[in-house]
Design a protein around this ligand. Structure first.
Ligand code: ANZ
Length: 933
């Protein structure tokens, strides 16, 4: 009987579903917990391709393995269901995003179920479900009601800060805030109106409002996300996009910068991933220095990481948006400055940073005073200085900083050259500062020492102080969109107020049109009946961004149906954190950073019990598409087989310039040969074209390994693979492709090998007539040895996430048992249980055929026994005078005399030693034999 996965797999999937085989039992909490999480998908309209399940298969194997090791395993799945594509689709077709999202989720679930994952579907969550986002809104309320206390290093209730203001005003508070925060006395605080108080508290709340620029596209009448803008134009339509200042919600993630860096030490994440997070946070240590401005009382505050270079500062640069610019610019400079500011306005920060070669700027007409030399130095504005970093102003040191040098050279600003260049390069330990005029007391020191020395001087002379800066910015939390969580916020007389927790969820209302309102506000703004609560009270019309729901979803799975809390604390204390998190590297900073931040906040307010949410993290590699391309003459409908292209070009006096190549649907080819008829049908515009074939009368396509994408026609659908080979083969094959973290091309050609192996495995149980041939005979030592060797290797491989090598081990075991003609229950039962995490359907079937009444997942995974693994013989290298000449095998524990006798009698030894008696025979058991003559 042939192995028929189609039948077996449907049967067991139905069985698992009906028997709720994978449902977590609340009574199992006496067992040790293990939480395995896949990054939940955004259910797009395209469904899954074969790249998506790679990580899911790996986590499924691990989850099944852990269950079979006796752990209580949480392995849930859900959907990141709010988002832009569904909204854009709604704008185009008028269909409610909830409807299309539902359809997409249904399809995703079918596909996921067909692969046989052990998800506990009773715990499924959707971020767009009001029962879920009720708690996203609830967390927002907590963020609003807390500030960050720098001394306690945690979030504290805003009421405590208000009490402090009542008593002391803003003096001596320990709250994290902006340098520019308002200063006031207790009496002033008490005299402030509601609006003023609200504004001041916004300077402290972890969720707060302020003005910030958005990408505003007047033609589209909408605000665009960063990835909807390219080079200053809207991706859709190509219309100009400008910056527009709007009042928006932010989350004060910057308060957590230091903890987000420090706690990474606890994490079992790759170094490269940690590095990416560190770079994103971008901690810089240095100094703030204040420079006086001639003729003004204000000072220019700068941030520098290299205060030791201050003696080389020959000019200053302010960001064009710097508030001092308007004040200090001379009348003469004003027109040009205005023009420059306008030009800069629509450049993104990235553009401003990357245009190193094209330095530009304008002199303000004002001069600053060097704090040490007292010399006059000109103050410029330039777009390479960003307003949002440090203090938005720098001291420019052309001798040491490349951009400052380019700028000085372009505008003829003096450069104080370092005298002894050879001693100076960068700020690495061991580097020395350059010798410079006026800086005698630093000359010759190492940079690190010099920085310390100059900071002490700056502090003692009261011209500045030691400063740490972070590149990390507070997270923009407002979107002018429909398909997201509504804010639990309304405005009374313009003052933001939060809904009562008991009024949650605030549900997303139905709208007639998903089109933006045209004023830059979200489509919700057009819904007067919803927006206007009463004459003086209106609702917030922005919605939350995509990362809101995904920043805490891992917690909801712990208690997904709880309507009283986001999750019961006992359950949170039991499940604690994710032990293994698997997902794509594209979330390396965004999602992972926000989720860590939310978890830390919830930890501070004692709603979760651990500081970090994801203990171990693996980024699965990408499965790349294998594209087929064909060559066509540019000016004629002539297609040329790739293997005869060169000859064809020569014969027709053409060059490569005369042909183009393009991607064609991989379903139109087989083993890279084009099915011409199918192609003509698929692309009727090329019907009747000429096809230049090779000598076998075949048309060959070229192959390119690239991203798997619909637009490149190289997408492989898992449904088709499962239909043809079955889910178990699909699972094994995806793992067999290579190490989980590596990128690798999909290559259907290799899948046959795995399918053959599964057939051979099946034949250990059934003969060709379909008769079950398993016997109760006792296994011999050889059989036990290969079995236990495999068990040992596979378990170790799983623990090390080396799934590809585990699959090879199963193949070896199958081959060996086939050779030995072994059909013994004692061996095969253990084989089935060890293979079950990888190929659950066939193993479930065989387990039951073997007469068992349980399901494999509730069995113990076999453990190897060392006693079967002992080698009974050893192959010795035999050397003569230190040179290896042959190999001989002896039993373990063999006597020295026996070895000597046998070695000396060997033909090859005789040849090298002759008739002489050897001086010495060295025998090290289990290692070597050496004959000295
Ligand atoms: C003098 C100097 C000399 C600097 C030198 C660097 C090298 P990171 O490491 O990224 O923190 N800077 C400060 N604020 C800036 C702003 N708003 N826009 C653009 N550049 C800014 O970089 C800090 C350094 O970047 C600071 O140290 C400052 O230039 C510049 F040999 O000051 B430095």
């Amino acid at each position: 009987m042939e192995y028929n996965p189609g039948k077996i797999e449907k049967k067991w999937q139905k069985f698992w579903e009906e028997n709720r085989t994978y449902k977590i039992n609340d009574k199992d909490t006496h067992k040790p917990k293990f939480y395995i999480l896949d990054m939940f998908p955004y259910p797009s309209g395209a469904g899954l391709h074969v790249g998506h399940p790679l990580g899911y298969i790996a986590s499924d194997i691990f989850s099944r393995y852990k269950r079979m090791c006796g752990f209580n395993v949480l392995h849930p799945m859900g959907f990141d269901a709010f988002g832009l594509p569904a909204e854009q689709y709604a704008v185009e077709t008028g269909q409610h995003p909830a409807k299309t999202t539902d359809v997409n989720i249904k399809r995703y679930k079918e596909q996921l179920k067909s692969i046989g994952f052990d998800y506990d579907w009773s715990r499924e969550i959707r971020t767009s479900d009001p029962k879920y986002y009720k708690w996203t809104q609830w967390i927002f309320i907590q963020l609003f009601n807390h500030y960050y206390d720098v001394e306690k290093q945690k979030a504290v209730s805003i009421d405590k800060l208000i009490a402090h203001f009542d008593q002391n005003g803003s003096k001596n508070h320990t709250a994290f805030t902006d340098k520019k925060a308002t200063i006031f006395s207790a009496a002033e605080w008490k005299s402030f109106g509601e609006k003023e108080k609200s504004e001041i508290l916004m300077q402290y709340r972890i969720a707060y409002q302020t003005y910030a620029d958005v990408n505003w596209c007047p033609q589209l009448g909408t605000v665009l996300a960063n990835d909807e803008v390219k080079e200053g134009l809207s991706v859709r339509g190509g219309f100009p996009v400008e910056k527009k200042s709007m009042r928006q919600w932010f989350l004060r993630i910057t308060a957590y910068a230091e903890r987000l860096i420090a706690d990474m030490e606890m994490l079992d994440w790759s170094d490269s991933l940690k590095e990416m997070q560190k770079n994103w946070i971008g901690k810089s240590q240095g100094a703030t220095v204040y420079f006086e401005i001639e003729g003004f009382t204000e000072k220019i505050e700068i941030f520098t990481t290299r205060p030791d270079t201050i003696f080389g500062a020959t000019f200053m640069v302010l960001a064009p948006e710097h508030p001092l610019v308007q004040k200090i610019m001379s009348k003469d400079a004003a027109p040009e400055i205005k023009k420059y500011i306008k030009e800069v306005k629509n450049k993104s920060e990235r553009e401003r940073m990357s245009e190193v070669k094209k330095v530009s700027g304008v002199f303000t007409g004002a001069y600053a005073k060097h704090p040490f030399s007292g010399e006059k130095i000109p103050v410029w504005i330039a777009d390479y200085v960003l307003m949002g970093y440090g203090s938005g102003a720098i001291m420019a040191v052309p001798s040491d900083d490349q951009r400052d040098r380019l700028f000085a050279e372009k505008f003829n600003i003096p450069i104080i050259e370092v005298v002894d260049q050879s001693e100076y390069k960068s700020a690495e330990i061991g580097d020395k500062v350059g010798r410079m005029k006026n800086s005698d007391f630093l000359n010759g020191l190492e940079v690190v020492e010099a920085i310390e020395k100059i900071i002490s001087k700056i502090e003692s002379e009261n011209i500045g102080n030691r400063t740490t800066n972070y590149r990390l910015r507070d997270a923009g939390f407002s979107r002018q969109r429909y398909w997201g969580e509504p804010f639990p916020v309304f405005y009374k007389n313009g003052i933001p107020q939060l809904l009562k927790e008991s009024d949650l969820p605030l549900e997303l209302p139905e709208v007639k049109s998903y089109k933006p309102s045209g004023s830059g506000q979200s489509p919700l703004a057009a819904l007067n009946s919803w927006v206007e609560i009463d004459e003086k009270t209106i609702r917030e019309t922005d919605t939350m961004p995509g990362f809101a729901g995904s920043s805490w979803y891992f917690l909801r799975y712990m208690d997904p149906h709880n309507n009283e809390e986001f999750a019961n604390k006992k359950k949170v204390d039991y499940w604690q954190d994710v032990d293994l998190y698997i997902g794509g590297a594209e979330h390396a900073v965004g999602h992972l950073m926000y989720a860590r931040f939310w978890n830390k906040f919830l930890y501070d307010i004692e709603k979760v019990s651990v500081k970090e949410p994801f203990k171990k993290l693996i980024n699965q590699g990408m499965i790349q598409g294998r594209s087929n391309l064909i060559f066509k003459r540019k000016k004629a409908n002539v297609f040329i087989s790739a293997d005869v292209l060169e000859d064809y070009l020569k014969e027709n006096n053409l060059t490569e310039e005369d042909v183009i190549s393009f991607n064609i649907d991989i379903n139109l080819t087989e083993n890279d040969f084009l099915n011409i008829k199918a192609f003509e049908k698929n692309r009727p515009e090329y019907e009747g074209s000429k096809f230049i074939k090779n000598s076998d009368n075949l048309f060959k396509c070229t192959v390119l390994i690239e991203k798997m994408s619909k637009s490149l026609y190289n997408v492989v659908n898992p449904d088709d693979i499962i239909e043809e080979y079955g889910a178990d083969v699909f699972r094994m094959y995806e793992m067999f492709l290579g190490p989980i973290e590596m990128h690798k091309p999909w290559n259907t050609n290799g899948i046959d090998g795995v399918a053959k192996f599964m057939k051979r495995f099946y034949k250990l149980f059934y003969n060709d007539e379909g008769k079950f041939v398993v016997t109760d005979e006792k296994a011999d030592e050889q059989e036990l040895k290969i079995l236990h060797k495999t068990i040992k290797k596979v378990r170790l491989d799983i623990e090390n996430f080396s799934f590809n090598t585990a699959v090879s081990a199963f193949m070896v075991l199958t081959n060996e048992l086939t050779k030995m003609n072994c059909h013994k229950r004692e061996i095969l039962e253990n084989f089935v249980l060890t293979l079950a995490p990888f190929a659950p359907h066939i193993c479930e079937e065989l387990w039951s055929e073997l007469g068992n009444k349980t399901t494999v997942i509730h069995e113990k995974i076999p453990q190897h026994d060392e006693k079967y693994l002992k080698e009974d013989a050893f192959e010795y290298p035999v050397s003569i005078n230190g040179k290896m000449r042959l190999k001989l095998t002896f039993e373990i524990g063999v006597k020295k005399e026996v070895v000597e006798k046998e070695v000396m009698a060997h033909e090859i030894v005789k040849k090298w030693v002759g008739e002489k008696n050897p001086k010495k025979i060295i025998f090290v058991p289990g290692k070597i034999i050496n004959i000295v003559v």
